[in-house]
Design a protein around this ligand. Structure first.
Ligand code: NDP
Length: 291
């Protein structure tokens, strides 16, 4: 079994990005600059944004954290988005989701300048991705594709079952896996909460990408020997033995599934760090489109 180690691979790719920054930026060219907009005080969002900012520092990017109170109005947030779009010294930015319930996420997403949309959520980028045109890919699917490529996982002609059809993970990764690319060229089935006979379907897969948000959903008896498993889920479960009182687990019952697999990502330390690394790559790309 190959452990698809997102921490180790991310460290390698981040050192490559840092080397590019070192070579390209200097007295005349400033480093790439990413901003993160954090609205409210959701602890998970705060942790994600902290990690993104830390990763920027690691590779020599400039980063700006813009914190706004949860009471911000739709028009105030849109005004901020317009300022970020106009800012010359900013290459890309993200608006950390979820946003408070009174904010219309779709309107916010549509207001983001696609050339600064390093999360790849704007319809311009999503549509270009669907058409196989160059675009910013959504960070999590992009991180998964980078991982499959770097670990040289063969996907061509394989049956890939994607569990989940969200706009940020399930749907885009299904699209990317089905493209005429390497990695890609897989035969993809998208499964969701209405799918019948899920265990049989999963057993027919050679690649499973689990993005449901249900701890330990994929059990050993749902997996055929030799399957490649990408576990996107990040779920908190109670753990009195842990000082925090909880621990993070994926959507796959890792301990019982791992020995049946050809390769599997751990949680934490699999797709999570790759997502941030993909965001750094997108920011680098946004920067290079200007300089
Ligand atoms: P969503 O809640 O948006 O989507 C979940 C999907 O799972 C839906 O399509 C839903 O189906 C499907 N689903 C739910 N229950 C079942 C079931 N019993 N059987 C089959 N399908 C089911 O989640 P996200 O895509 O945003 O995130 C998924 C997981 O990935 C979460 O744990 C999240 O924390 C994690 N995540 C991790 C990231 C990382 O960097 N590692 C980044 C983003 C997310 P339906 O459409 O029918 O409701």
């Amino acid at each position: 079994m190959i452990l698809l180690d997102g921490n180790k691979l991310s460290a390698k790719i981040r050192s490559e990005i840092a080397a590019r920054v070192g070579e390209y930026c200097g007295n005349t060219i400033r480093p790439p600059h990413l901003a993160a907009v954090l609205v409210g005080d959701n602890p998970a969002s705060q942790a994600y944004v902290r990690n993104k900012i830390k990763a920027c520092e690691e590779v020599g990017f400039t980063s700006t954290l813009i914190k706004k109170d949860a009471s911000i109005t739709q028009s105030q947030l849109l005004e901020l988005i317009h300022e970020l779009n106009a800012s010359e010294d900013l290459d890309g930015y993200i608006v950390q989701l979820p946003l408070p319930r009174h904010i219309d996420e779709e309107e916010v997403n549509l207001a983001i300048d696609p050339s600064k949309d390093v999360d790849g959520f704007h319809p311009n980028n999503f549509g270009r991705m669907a058409l196989g045109m160059s675009s910013f890919l959504p960070a999590t699917p992009m991180g998964i594709m980078m991982m499959l490529e770097r670990y040289d996982i063969q996907t061509e002609g394989k049956h890939c079952v994607v569990l989940g059809r969200s706009n940020i993970v399930g749907t885009p990764i299904a699209l990317l896996m089905s493209k005429k690319t390497k990695p890609g060229n897989a035969t993809v089935t998208i499964a969701h909460s209405r799918t019948h006979h899920l265990p049989e379907l999963l057993r027919s897969a050679q690649i499973i990408i689990a993005a449901l948000g249900i701890p330990h959903f994929v059990k050993a008896d749902m997996v055929s020997p030799g399957t490649v498993i990408i576990d996107v889920g990040i779920n908190k479960i109670e753990d009195p033995a842990n000082a925090k009182g909880y621990r993070l687990v994926g959507d796959v019952d890792f301990d019982n599934v791992k020995d049946k697999c050809a390769a599997i990502t751990p949680v934490p330390g699999g797709v999570g760090p790759m997502t941030i690394t993909a965001l750094l790559e997108n920011t680098w790309r946004a920067f290079r489109q200007k300089f």
